[in-house]
Design a protein around this ligand. Structure first.
Ligand code: ZN
Length: 60
């Protein structure tokens, strides 16, 4: 299989880890929290920041 070698950690969306780590999957993500996290990760590269990608689709 051609899966990337890095592993995805699952973290709660309201935890500090979600603010500092990019290769994480967000659990229990709410819309207000998605906006916060999106703002914190907004300068990251779209292709390499999972948090940015995950919070992006929440926006209209
Ligand atoms: Zn990021």
């Amino acid at each position: 299989m051609s899966e990337p070698t890095y592993t995805h950690m699952f973290v709660r969306a309201d935890s500090l880890l979600a603010e500092y780590l990019c290769h994480v999957e967000l659990l229990d993500l709410t819309e207000p929290r998605a906006e916060q996290l999106h703002a914190l990760h907004r300068d990251h590269a779209r292709g390499s920041c999972l948090v940015l990608a995950a919070t992006d689709r929440q926006s209209p």
